[in-house]
Structure formats: structure tokens, C-alpha cells
Design a protein. Structure first.
Length: 468
């Protein structure tokens, strides 16, 4: 079997908001371009870099932060290590000086209005999120590279677009839930064990464990930061952060976190806290995308609340199981809102959290499968139509609702012993078919649905393309 190996670190990556397709992917592409220039000793010869943006990346434009992400990437900043508090100053300096330090080491002229070129009415044939970097030495083109930001922060160079993906040797390859469950049965192992065994083929054991713990800590930290940060989110919609208010009310009414009547509100507050951090451009973990980043952490925090003595090992199992489920969607459908609508982002995150919660709650394989299936089944057809192209309305609230649904899906699956009528592989195929049949206006343009009829979009023709 030669299944593509997707690591937990591909699916859960530490980055900044608001969009994995429109922030994280373009930033990674800029760094990848710098790396090629450096590898071929071309950096010093560069006098100008132009970046052409196509399709939804062009439509997103300045309002969605793609321009800033590209500039930060050209400067050599990486999404997982940049300090969000330096971003405003770094960008200010470029606007004043009309120059950048390419890859942090070579000064070239750069004016965002001239050197970032938006082709709003053109889409490259391979994918809606295309961007081309060209390095010039005066009039001569030194090199030109085209990348696609395909969801969840993943980027693909144009020469690799039709390749099935990087083949990393690993002991338990799987593309489908059926193959994954076969490994579990044959090895008498859990989904998390299988995922971990594959990770160990790619990295030393201590590195895997430390890396997953770092993800866990970052997820829980982003909840705390969001719960304690008040204010208005950027972008012009004047959306107030709601998580701190919910949190203050919960502290008053349920300080011990033990009243069943408040469970949903805690979940809402946790998920919304993360997504408000994302909308503010702060640090979060993609899970599996930025726009859906609140669901997996919220359910993990719920686990910590309900089992105060929970060990890191259990939380690692939770994250590994969630990642295994996400990898099935990535391989057989897509986790990109541009391709699948919101079912591919919030729906997938709900499925991940539901299956993972069932697994660490003692569910057998069928119950885990059933939980993941239920988590997606009731998101089928969910459109992506955020107002003004900002990852705020309905995205933030939608994460809270989906976190509650994930817990509900796990509870329902755990309450029954019966085999699920619909298998996880079938629901993934259904999601893909539904996404492919969905009108483009509901999955990448903000020109329809809530964005069109809410009465809140500032100018229906100038909205940004949503993607997270
Ligand atoms: S509505 Fe669109 S932008 Fe918002 S979370 Fe869903 S996929 Fe992301």
C-alpha cells in the first residue's frame, strides 16, 4: 500500500489568524520562494520581487490580510514563530521606507501597491488560490514560481499539483477509515497508537511527544487569551469579542464548572475565545483550518474540566485521534472552504472532535467511527458565506455551535452499541460530492447567502473572499 502520509503536524500547525488559506498558506509560499532563491545563491542579485495573486486570493486582497502575510513571509517571518505584536511596526516601516529585507538579509525596493498585483477576474486552472512570485534583477527575470494555497495552510508548488502527495514511508499506511480500522484490529491498537507509530517513522519519539504537547498547550493557551481579551475585532464590521463576557457570566454562575445547565455555554465560550483570537490575527493552532480552529480545543478543554486529573497521555490520544480523522477528509475529500464550503472546515473539525472525544471516553472503534460520522452528517451542505469576507460572522459563533454538536455526537455514539448504518468513508464521499455540487457563490465569494442577505456587508461588490 502506498498511501500518502499526513502527519499530525501538517494538520495541527501553530500559526496566526485569520485564515489558513489566505494567511498561513501565502506566508509559507513566500518563505518557500525565499528558500529557492537562497539555495541557488540568487538572493543578492534580486532588485525587485513581484507577487501576482489569482482568483480568490486576489479577491480577498488587502481586507483579508493576504498582502500582509505575503510581505511577512518575504521578510522571512514564519507563522509558527512570529510575535504577532511586531507585525504592525514591521509593515509600517515598509510603507515608510518603500523597501524590504528579503529573507531578512537583502534589501530591495518594495511597494505593496505596485509589487502585489491582483488578478481578481482570473483564476489559474489548477486551483482558485494561486499566487506567482517573480524575482527580478532590474529588467531580467531571475526566477518565477507558482504556488497554490489548498486549505489548512498546505501549499503546493505548480509542478507538484497533480502528484498524489509526498510519500513518506510509514508502517501503517491508510487512505480510508476502513484501512485505518483494519490496522487497529490487526495490531490490537487504538487509532491514536496507529497514528503515533506512523509519526515515529518520521521523527524521533521525544520530538513527536514534545511537539504534540506544544500543540496541546498552545490550544489551551489560545482559549485563555481569548477569554481574557476584550475589544472590537478588526476589519470594519465592529464585531465585539463575546467570549470574555460569556466567561465573566460563567465565573459568576458556575465557578466550579460542574452545573450541567452551563456546559453548552462553557463550550461556546472556549470555542469562540479561540476564534476571536483568530479573527484578531493572533496566534492559534489550525484544527484543521484557522476558521474552524476553536472546536477541537474547546472539546479538549471540556475534557479537562470534566476530568480534572486527566493526564497528558490522554490528551495526546485525543489529538492523535482527531488528526487521524482529519487526514481521512484531507485524503478523500478536502479541508478547504473554497472547495467544500464550511462543511469542509467546521464540519470536519466537529467530526474530528466528536470521534476523538468518543475514543478517549472509552468508546470502541465502531463508536468512535459513529461519533465522527454523526459529527459530519449534520453539517453536510453547510455553506461558506461570511459577511464582508471576514472570518467573523457566522464563523466565530459557528465554532461554538459545532463544539456543542461534537460533544452531543460523541455522547450519542457512546450511548449505543449498534453498528452505524452509514460508515465514515461514506459520509466523507458524500461531503465531497456535496461540495463539488455546491454553487461557487456559496463557497468562496461571499456574494450569496448570509453575506448577501444579512444587510451587513458594506458593499456586496467589494467583499472579500472568505476562506479560513
Ligand atoms: S463560513 Fe467559511 S470562512 Fe467561516 S468558518 Fe466556515 S469555511 Fe471558514
Amino acid at each position: 500500500m502506498t498511501a500518502m502520509g499526513i502527519s499530525i503536524f501538517d494538520l495541527f500547525s501553530i500559526g496566526i489568524g485569520p485564515s489558513s488559506s489566505h494567511t498561513l498558506g501565502p506566508m509559507r509560499a513566500a518563505n518557500a520562494f525565499n528558500a529557492l532563491l537562497r539555495a541557488d545563491n540568487q538572493l543578492d542579485a534580486v532588485t525587485i520581487v513581484t507577487v501576482e495573486l489569482y482568483g480568490s486570493l486576489a479577491l480577498t486582497g488587502k481586507g483579508h490580510g493576504t498582502d500582509k502575510a505575503i510581505i511577512l513571509g518575504l521578510l522571512g517571518y514564519e507563522a509558527d514563530s512570529i510575535d504577532p505584536s511586531i507585525i504592525a511596526d514591521a509593515l509600517d516601516k515598509i510603507n515608510k521606507n518603500h523597501s524590504i529585507q528579503l529573507a531578512g538579509e537583502h534589501t530591495i525596493a518594495f511597494e505593496p501597491d505596485r509589487h502585489l498585483i491582483y488578478y481578481s477576474h482570473q483564476t489559474l486552472p489548477q486551483h482558485t488560490n494561486g499566487l506567482r512570485f517573480t524575482a527580478w534583477s532590474h529588467e531580467d527575470c531571475l526566477r518565477s514560481e507558482t504556488y497554490f494555497s489548498v486549505g489548512g495552510g498546505f501549499i503546493v508548488h505548480e509542478t507538484d499539483f497533480n502528484c498524489p502527495g509526498e510519500h513518506r514511508p510509514h508502517p501503517y499506511p491508510f487512505d480510508t477509515a476502513a484501512e485505518l480500522f483494519d490496522h487497529c484490529q490487526n495490531q490490537n491498537s487504538s487509532i491514536a497508537d496507529i497514528m503515533m507509530a506512523n509519526e515515529y517513522a518520521w521523527r524521533p519519539e521525544n520530538e513527536v511527544r514534545e511537539g504534540v504537547l506544544r500543540i496541546k498547550n498552545m490550544m489551551l493557551e489560545s482559549i485563555q487569551t481569548g477569554l481574557h481579551t476584550e475589544g472590537t475585532l478588526p476589519g470594519g464590521l465592529n464585531v465585539e469579542r463575546r467570549a470574555p463576557t460569556l466567561y465573566a457570566r460563567l465565573l459568576k454562575n458556575d465557578p466550579g464548572k460542574n452545573k450541567a445547565v452551563h456546559v453548552f455555554t462553557w463550550l461556546n465560550a472556549y470555542a469562540m475565545a479561540v476564534n476571536e483570537e483568530n479573527a484578531a490575527g493572533n496566534r492559534i493552532v489550525t484544527a484543521p483550518t484557522n476558521g474552524a480552529a476553536g472546536i477541537v480545543p474547546a472539546v479538549m478543554q471540556y475534557l479537562c474540566d470534566t476530568c480534572p486529573d486527566i493526564s497528558d497521555d490522554i490528551l495526546l490520544q485525543y489529538l492523535l485521534t482527531a488528526a487521524a480523522i482529519a487526514s481521512l477528509y484531507k485524503k478523500k475529500a478536502s479541508i478547504s472552504g473554497a472547495e467544500m464550503g464550511c462543511q469542509g472546515e467546521v464540519g470536519v473539525a466537529c467530526s474530528m472532535a466528536a470521534g476523538a472525544l468518543a475514543a478517549v471516553s472509552g468508546g470502541n472503534l465502531r463508536q468512535v467511527e459513529n461519533a465522527a460520522e454523526i459529527g459530519m452528517e449534520h453539517h453536510l451542505g453547510l455553506t461558506c458565506d461570511p459577511i464582508a469576507g471576514l472570518v467573523q460572522i457566522p464563523c466565530i459563533e459557528r465554532n461554538g455551535i459545532a463544539a456543542v454538536q461534537a460533544v452531543n455526537a460523541a455522547n450519542l455514539a457512546l450511548a449505543e452499541e449498534r453498528c452505524c448504518k452509514i460508515r465514515l468513508d461514506n459520509i466523507i464521499a458524500t461531503m465531497r460530492a456535496t461540495g463539488e455540487a455546491m454553487s461557487t457563490s456559496f463557497k468562496e465569494t461571499s456574494l450569496d447567502g448570509l453575506a448577501k442577505y444579512s444587510g451587513l456587508s458594506p458593499d456586496p461588490l467589494s467583499v472579500n473572499v472568505p476562506e479560513c
